[in-house]
Ligand binder design. Structure first.
Ligand code: NAD
Length: 734
């Protein structure tokens, strides 16, 4: 055998060990070469009489992250090329054959006549877990890092190498569907309890245990090879099956609003596959897989949520000529809502934190938030008391600015008041060294203006977190006029250290994310004032693919905050910059009715002590006109809610606020949940085509006003047929 990515040894008992250890990669992934080598191994094991069975193990710290998604991107490209050159039919056949090679390889392994075992430590996900599922035995280590799962749905795909068929033959149908819909990573014990793996053992015993088992079970077969095999949830067309499929369909609709073709394909592949013998079932799965792989949803999600996200995380925007900084000590000034969260994520990354507020009580209160967060994890069994002690020991609460001495970076999160911020900047700069970088977490004040209060504007930058800090993955890095590349590099190193995803934007009111999401909320407000029933507004938001409706979202961020931002915009930019209908609504909500949002349990919704939130009935009295539900065009509502955000993104791009489509897209999905199936705000436009998007904008502008008018850039793109990604690629190549 000619193996590069594996090592293969056979012991005296005839049990082979296949060690997967790809050179020059930190993580094993499935590539065409890996598939080719695995094929050789299966042939060898099957044909060599001296070999009784084979255990597959990783030579790295984890088993494998699954298939190399760029390989799948390559397959799509092959299809497009062949279709152009040789026609649709030939392209489709070739694409189908290629896209099911992995599935066939695993089937060959499973039926080669000799048993295989997977000994898993660390993550084993996607295509790698499908490999494990085709082995007759799966033993996993009891280590906290060990996780198995099929997360394909998160990038618009589904398990297409036998996963849908094997999981649904191992578990109750409902559980199997849920596991694949959610794409969760499952820890060792729950995986065993769900029937996904056979045994959980200490790391140093998994290989020996697998070998023993192979020795004792040379004839082992998969359960579904037994002619008497019974499906865990009985036959599809049986009374038991009828308990499963109608609700499964309903749950699918509720959870996805039919926006995710891959989720629908899981449902179909399992439903059809369970009625067939394994080989045919796998073929059905392959048919769906080939279809899904060609969808624009899969292409966009793979691009934004996998490829681009990885590139941004690895520092795509980092100035390459600045050496990496290892942050040792970070100061957080302002220990309120945001500062407390920033202190937590920083300490959690192993960095020393000095958390400063006006008095020690306020600083300690901010630190107590970290105590609470880790305690919650301890209660859930996800952390130990020692972890909490260690994390808290890294946070020094203080009211003395002198304690900030020696910090590599300061993150300022004090009141949103330029005067307070100016004072804080001066106080901080009086104690820190000349190399310390100062990052402000302001959400509305221009960074360039704040930097004027700094003696070292080169070191001054925006580091904008989203709330709740410990959950939200996005951080906007804002370049002020004079920000230097060392500040940018340090800010990006910090974001990387705390394992969040950065986008680098230029300094304009609202930066990027808040501008787009602010439009989403505003459109909800305006619909309400037009007389659209509030429940339909909320449903339209969710059906369009947003995580929550615009009114719910406004309740979360606070209605008075929206009003405050609107007033500030008006004061700065004049009457014309705000919508009078929105102003009237917010004024009445806040000033007249004291409805501030979830924080005072009174917003667009009521939040009763017991039971779920309900839309506030008083909303009806704020509106003079009421549109009958049957007269409401839901498709138009959905378009309005997405177009207003995508159009704003296109404007930020034209203005040079965002400069890279990858950042606009990734930022929109992880920052404010912009319909993930679309691939993000700019992919939404690219997928529709600029010409169609401009047409849609123009028709909405005619009906609903100037705010939908397409900008110059889009009109030009509509004429020339350009796309955001096409232009960006051209720019990069030039
Ligand atoms: P907050 O009111 O909860 O906290 C502000 C903290 O700053 C308070 O603890 C206050 O005591 C402290 N403080 C005030 N003056 C100080 C001084 N001179 N020295 C030290 N500490 C001082 O506010 P927040 O919601 O955490 O917002 C803080 C910043 O983060 C603001 O600039 C805001 O725009 C920004 N921001 C907020 C959000 C959000 O969702 N709340 C999101 C992103 C950014």
């Amino acid at each position: 055998m000619n193996l590069v990515n594996f090592r293969f040894d056979t012991d005296a008992d005839g049990i082979a060990t296949l060690t997967w250890d790809m050179p020059e990669r930190s993580m094993n992934v499935i590539t065409p070469q890996v598939m080719e080598e695995l094929n050789q191994v299966v042939d060898k094991v099957a044909s060599d009489e001296a070999i009784k069975g084979c255990v597959i193990v990783s030579g790295k710290e984890a088993f494998s992250g699954g298939a190399d998604l760029t390989m799948l991107q390559g397959l799509r490209d092959l299809y497009v090329k062949l279709a152009k050159e040789q026609g649709e039919q030939i392209a489709m056949q070739r694409f189908f054959d290629e896209s099911r090679k992995l599935s066939q390889l695993y089937r060959k392994l499973e039926t080669c006549g000799k048993p295989f075992a997977a000994a898993i430590h660390g993550v084993c996900l996607g295509g790698a877990f499908e490999l494990a599922l085709s082995c007759q035995l799966r033993v996993v280590s009891d280590d906290a890092s060990t996780r198995v799962g099929l997360p394909e749905i998160k990038v618009g795909l589904f398990p297409g190498a036998g996963g849908t068929q094997r999981v649904s033959r191992l578990m109750q149908t409902g559980d199997a569907l849920q596991m694949m819909f959610k794409g969760d990573q499952i820890k060792a014990l729950p995986a065993r309890n769900m029937g996904l793996v056979h045994a959980v053992l200490p790391r140093d015993q998994i290989v020996a245990a697998a070998k023993e088992w192979l020795k004792a079970n040379p004839q082992a077969k998969q359960p579904w090879e037994d002619p008497k095999f019974k499906l865990p949830s009985n036959k599809v067309h049986s009374p038991a099956g009828m308990q499963i499929w109608p609700p499964a369909n309903a749950i699918y609709r509720r959870e996805t609003n039919d926006n995710y073709p891959a989720a629908r394909a899981i449902l179909s592949a399992v439903y059809e596959g369970l009625q067939l013998p394994m080989d045919l079932a796998l073929k059905v799965e392959s048919r769906y897989f080939a279809k899904i792989l060609r969808t624009k949803e899969a292409a966009s999600m793979i691009r934004s949520l996998f490829v681009s996200m990885q590139e941004l995380n690895k520092g795509a925007r980092r100035p390459a000529d600045v050496p990496a900084s290892k942050l040792k000590k970070v100061g957080v000034v302002g220990a309120g809502f945001m500062g407390a969260g920033i202190a937590y994520v920083t300490a959690n990354a192993g960095i020393e934190v000095v958390l400063v507020d006006r008095d020690i009580e306020a600083a300690e209160k901010g630190k107590a938030y970290s105590h609470k967060l880790v305690t919650d994890q301890i209660t859930k069994g996800r952390a130990k008391t020692a972890d909490r002690d260690a994390l808290l020991a890294r946070i020094k609460a203080s009211a003395d600015y002198a304690d900030l001495k020696g910090c590599d970076l300061i993150v300022e999160a004090v009141f949103e008041d330029p005067k307070v911020k100016a004072e804080v900047i001066a106080k901080v700069e009086a104690v820190v060294g000349p190399k310390t970088i100062f990052g402000s977490n302001t959400s509305t004040l221009p960074i360039t203006g704040l930097a004027e209060h700094s003696e070292r504007p080169k070191n001054f930058i925006g580091i904008h977190f989203f709330s709740p800090v410990e959950k939200m993955l996005l951080v906007e890095i804002i370049m002020a006029k004079k920000t230097g590349k060392k500040a940018l590099a340090m800010a990006l190193d910090f974001v990387r250290a705390i394992r969040k995803t950065p986008i680098v934007v230029n300094d304009v009111r609202g930066f990027y994310a808040n501008r787009c999401v602010g439009n989403y909320i505003r459109e909800g407000h305006l619909m309400l004032m037009e007389g659209v029933p509030p429940a339909m507004i909320e449903a339209a938001g969710k059906q369009a693919g947003m995580p929550v409706g615009p009114l719910s979202l406004n309740d979360e961020v606070a209605v008075d905050l929206a009003y405050k931002v609107l007033k500030a915009t008006k004061a700065q930019l004049g009457e014309g910059a705000v919508d009078p209908a929105q102003e009237k609504l917010l004024n009445e909500m806040v000033e007249k009715h004291g409805r501030l949002g979830r924080k005072n349990r009174k917003g667009f919704y009521d939040y009763p002590e017991a039971g779920p939130k309900r839309l506030w009935p008083g909303l009806a009295d704020l509106v003079s006109n009421h549109i009958h539900p049957e007269k409401v065009d839901m498709e138009e509502l959905k378009h309005r809610l997405l177009v207003t955000q995508a159009l704003e993104a296109a404007k930020t791009y034209e203005e040079g606020v965002v400069t890279d489509p990858r950042e606009a897209d990734v930022g929109s999905i992880i920052g404010f949940g912009f319909a993930p199936y679309s691939g993000g705000t700019l992919s939404y436009i690219d997928n529709m085509g600029a010409a169609a998007f401009v047409k849609l904008c123009e028709s909405l502008a005619k009906k609903h006003g100037e705010r939908f008018k397409p900008n110059r850039l889009l009109k030009r793109m509509a004429k020339t047929g350009e796309s955001f990604y096409g232009s960006a690629e051209k720019k990069a190549a030039a």
